[in-house]
Every structure is written in C-alpha cells, then in structure tokens.
Ligand binder design. Structure first.
Ligand SMILES: *Cc1c(COP(=O)(O)O)cnc(C)c1O
Length: 364
C-alpha cells in the first residue's frame, strides 16, 4: 500500500525545506504572526561562480541566478510580501501594470492566495512567454493603448478608485521582499561583493538591493558595502541621461522604461555606494546573452544580459584587478527565447551512416 502522503518521510522533508523569503528573513520584513504567508518557496537562488567570463574581465565573478525563482524572475521575492499583505488587509483584488515579469509573478501569487488578479498590459509589447504565464494563472488581462509609463499612471489611479491593491514596485512591500537578494548574497559569500551589477528599469530592484546591504550592515552581518552599478539600455537610459525618455526603445522589454517609478531610490543607491549607471547597446545586450548561454550554461532574458554587457563596458574603459563582482541575472531566457531559424537544422535520412557523417561535421 502507498503510504499516506502526510505521514511519509518525504512529506516531512519537504515541509522542513527552504520556506521562502518571508520565513527565512522574517526579522527583516514587515510581517507579524497575523500575516497569512503566501509563498511559492521563492528565493535561495544559486550564486554561480563564472567559469570563463569573469577571468576574461579580471574579476572574481558570480551570477545570482534569479531565473530560478518559481515564476522565473526576481519579482517573486517582492510579490510574496505584497500579496501576503494584501490578503492580510482583506483586499478585493490585486492589480498591476507590467512589462511582463511583474504580471507573471502577481498572477501566480494571486492564484496561490485565491485572490483575483487584474493585469494591465502596455500596448508596446510583452514577451510571449510572460503573457502565457499570466493567462495560465487565470489573471484578468486588459491591454491599454499606451507605453508602460502611461499604463502605470492609469493603473495607479484605477487602484485608488476601485479599491484594488496595486502590486507594482511602488507598493512598498515589493521592495521589502526584494531586498532579500542582498541577504542571500552575503549569506553565501560571507561578505558583500565589491561590485553589485544589475539591470535597471523602474529602479525598484537597485533601491531594494541597496537597502538590503545597508540593513545587513546595521545587523552586523557585513562590514564593507558594495558599489552598486545599474545598467540601462541605450534607447531607455533615463538614469544615465538624467531625464525621462518619452519613447523608450530596446529589445530588453523588462527594462524598456522611460520614467522610472523609483528614480530617487535608484539614484541614491548609485550615489551613496560610490557606484554608477551605465548604458549599453542592444547589440551588446544580445551578444552578452549569447556568451552567458554558450560560455556559462546560463540562458537569461535580454534585460538580464544587460548586466554582463555593462560589466564588459566598464572593463573596456578601465581593467579590473580581481574584484569580487556579482551580476544579478534577473529573469529566465525561456520567457523570451532566442530566435532559431529552422533552416539552421540539418536534416538527414534515417541511417546511422548519414547521421554520423553530419554529426562529425558538426563537431569538427
Ligand atoms: C523587472 C525587471 C528588471 C528591472 O527591475 P526594476 O526594479 O524595474 O529596475 C530587470 N530585469 C528583469 C528580468 C525584470 O523582470
């Protein structure tokens, strides 16, 4: 007879496994015993040492692989806190405007909490994989004829008027949850890196991450803080250019943002840490994505590869000398897969001879 699941050793092991970021870092988060924890056991993502690219850049480079979160991006760290607090407050429904990953995460955590979820999509494009996630999780989706920045402005007003909980990163609980990435990096390295490099769109993640390092220092868990380096795409680089961009353009849809919602927090993180913002061309982003996939075994979405492209740009200007750097790889490549032309696939007759001839040619 099959053992009853609830009494089996496997069930007990699973129950004692990683509990998600709220339970793991409860003392640092705005939750109480009364908060119903909505979790998909997000967090504890791998910190993967670089095999090749780091040495080439003169760095001791690590990749924080946030694609390993349940919905495939770092947004889950913030969403577990935002949706738990929405449930605690008795919210009617959650709502967000999104370039994709926030929507996928909101839809999944709302499904987990049995809360209705409304997604407002900007008309200027969302990667197909992310839209598929939203629909699969049962969210209500509406597209507006606007870019992301205008869609967010309208959604903020809608939330206030209709009594819905806004779960964009302007929701303070999102940033509280997202700061846990800094805790995990320090827990794994035993110190903060010299450089923390990440792609920046709305500026929420760089703000949250910097806050995490500062709180860990106050708690005595680290001494030296990292320099925060925020990377933007050339066609969507308000924080580098110093002014909002009206029609942001880049292949990296997750950072196609012209008016960052967390502008001040992002600027402060770079300034106070002695870091900076840099911008990289779409070509460099796509090349960095290929290098990560083929050279390191890590397939990420274009926005995530911008972080590596930013490091490469800095190294070209001034060589590194063995610094410890962490690149946050924010989202999974399967959400926005690289194109593959079917004509690239050799097709052969069904004989071992034909097959081995082609395979030997491919390996040559
Ligand atoms: C949201 C997102 C970003 C940008 O983060 P911000 O907090 O908006 O600066 C970068 N990469 C990916 C994959 C994202 O989903």
């Amino acid at each position: 007879m099959m053992p009853d699941d609830s009494s089996s050793g496997h069930a007990l092991t699973a129950a004692m496994a990683w509990p998600g970021v709220i339970e793991a870092y409860r003392d640092f988060l705005p939750v109480t015993a009364a908060t119903p924890v909505v979790t998909l056991q997000e967090g504890r993502t791998p910190l993967i040492p670089s095999k090749r690219l780091g040495a080439r850049l003169g760095l001791r480079l690590f990749f924080k692989f946030e694609a390993a979160n349940p919905t495939g991006s770092f947004k889950d760290r913030g969403m577990t806190v935002a949706v738990s607090k929405a449930l605690e407050a008795g919210s009617r429904a959650v709502v967000c405007a999104s370039t994709g990953n926030t929507a996928a995460s909101a839809a999944a955590y709302a499904a987990r909490a049995s809360l209705p979820c409304v997604i407002v999509l900007p008309a200027d494009g969302v990667a197909a994989g992310k839209l598929g996630q939203v629909v699969a999780h049962g969210a209500r989706v509406v597209a507006v004829e606007a870019g992301f920045d205008a869609a967010l402005a309208a959604t903020r007003e809608l939330a206030a008027r209709a009594g819905l909980t806004l779960v964009n990163s302007v929701n303070p609980y999102r940033l509280e949850g997202q700061k846990t990435v800094a805790f995990e990096i320090v827990d794994a390295l035993g110190r903060a890196p010299d450089l923390l490099v990440l792609p920046v769109g709305n500026g929420g993640n760089i703000t949250a991450c910097w806050r995490g390092f500062q709180e860990y220092r106050q708690a005595g868990r680290l001494t030296a803080l990292p320099q925060m380096v925020g990377v933007q795409a050339e066609g969507a680089a308000p924080l580098v250019d110093g002014h909002p961009v009206t029609s942001p353009r880049t292949v990296a849809t997750a950072i196609r943002i012209g008016r960052p919602a967390s502008w001040e927090g992002a600027v402060e993180a770079a300034r106070a840490s002695g870091g900076r913002f840099v911008k990289v061309a779409d070509d460099a982003i796509l090349a960095a994505r290929r290098e990560l996939a083929a050279g390191e075994g890590l397939l990420v979405e274009p926005a995530s590869a911008a972080a590596l492209a930013g490091l490469q740009l800095l190294a070209a200007a001034r060589p590194f000398s063995g610094e410890v750097a962490v690149c946050i790889l924010t989202g999974h490549g399967l959400k926005d897969p690289p194109p593959l032309a079917p004509s690239l696939l050799p097709t052969v007759a069904r004989t071992v001879e034909a097959l081995s001839t082609v395979v030997e040619r491919l390996l040559a």
